[in-house]
Write a new protein. Structure first.
Length: 116
């Protein structure tokens, strides 16, 4: 007798494959820029939605694998969720900040498939 495989459980909207109009901006920045970044977020977003992770450890690519002294302290990470237009507007303001400062700020944008 062949064993029957039970059907997969219904996972609700997690199985949806349509993309939302939301994006996420993942940003790693030097502590010195925190107030400036906070002000930019307030200007662009009506209701700011973000997650902040304090005290992330960064290292320059040429120092990976070296001792711990090569790590750069004083950085935070922020993941910001918003409509696509707001995220790209914020990203442009952050690019301008990086042009002025020259360092201490990196990020990338990803589309948000599903919100849980």
């Amino acid at each position: 007798m062949t064993e029957q495989i039970p059907p997969a459980p219904n996972r609700g909207h997690l199985e949806q494959t349509t993309s939302t109009e939301m994006c996420a901006l993942t940003l790693v920045y030097y502590l010195e820029y925190e107030m400036t970044i906070h002000n930019l977020i307030q200007q662009v977003m009506v209701v700011p939605r973000y997650t902040k992770i304090a005290d992330v450890v960064g290292a320059r690519v040429n120092s990976l694998g070296d001792d711990e002294d090569a790590q750069v302290p004083g950085y935070h990470m922020m993941i910001i969720f918003a409509e696509r237009e707001a995220i790209y507007q914020l990203a442009e303001a952050l690019r301008e900040l990086r042009r002025k400062k020259g360092h201490g700020l990196r990020g990338y944008i990803t589309p948000v498939e599903t919100i849980i």
